[in-house]
Design a protein around this ligand. Structure first.
Ligand SMILES: N[C@@H](CCC(=O)N[C@@H](CS)C(=O)NCC(=O)O)C(=O)O
Length: 204
């Protein structure tokens, strides 16, 4: 199995889950600007969409889309603690969060890094939408250790990546004390520490 990744972006969620599962995996870095991998391969031939993550397995099977790769890994390795079984309402609650992190938090946080948008646009349009969504998560975490309660599940790995982005953007977390506590807790977790070391992100 091989994960095509770029340091500190959403593919980090997959790396964390691979460590949660104790799976060995090869990792190949992708330069998202040139679309070349670290071995010189043309990444667009591997994933024509050009985005990471992509997971290679069974010789030549390539699976893309972060939240699908995460579900594939949990299902294939029977990790019902990370994603409960089909038919269990907790599975759909877990997927609710996973989808929210991807289509709401990721969607409105990523443009804050894009130079094509002015600071004014970022401040007046994207930041208020994102802040509102972060407040929803913060309120939820007031009485939940992780998104689904006492145990880490798939969406936690992805929410953690969004919190890394906020740290990189130097966003003050005072408004979200529960998210701040959660970020600190997540950084202590073994799988997360291992993933951060591997992606050279220990100074967060
Ligand atoms: N729909 C994809 C999007 C993933 C995505 O946005 N990846 C970013 C890094 S976080 C990326 O590779 N951006 C470069 C590009 O799309 O060209 C998914 O959910 O996996």
């Amino acid at each position: 199995m091989k994960l095509y990744y770029t340091s500190s972006v959403c593919s980090l969620a997959v790396r964390i889950i691979l460590h949660e599962l104790g799976l060995s995996c090869e990792y190949e870095a992708v330069n998202l600007k040139t679309k070349q991998t670290e071995t010189g391969a043309d990444y667009l031939k591997i994933n024509p969409k050009g985005a990471v993550p992509a997971l290679l397995f069974n010789g030549n099977e390539i699976l893309t889309e972060n939240i699908v790769i995460l579900q594939y890994l949990a299902d294939m390795y029977n990790a019902t603690e990370l994603l409960p079984s089909v038919g269990d309402i907790k599975r759909y609650r877990t997927l609710e969060w996973l989808n929210f992190v991807s289509t709401d938090l990721h969607r409105y946080c990523a443009p804050l890094f894009w130079s094509k948008f002015s600071d004014e646009t970022k401040q007046n349009i994207f930041t208020p939408i994102l802040n509102n969504k972060l407040s929803i998560v913060d309120r939820h975490l007031h009485n939940h250790k992780f998104l689904m309660g006492d145990l880490l599940t798939l969406p936690d790995s992805y929410l953690f990546v969004i919190l890394i982005w906020l740290a990189k953007l130097k966003v003050q977390m005072a408004e979200w004390p529960n998210l701040s506590r959660y970020f600190t807790d997540m950084k202590q977790r073994k799988s997360v520490q291992q993933a951060l070391e591997e992606e050279d992100l220990v100074d967060l």
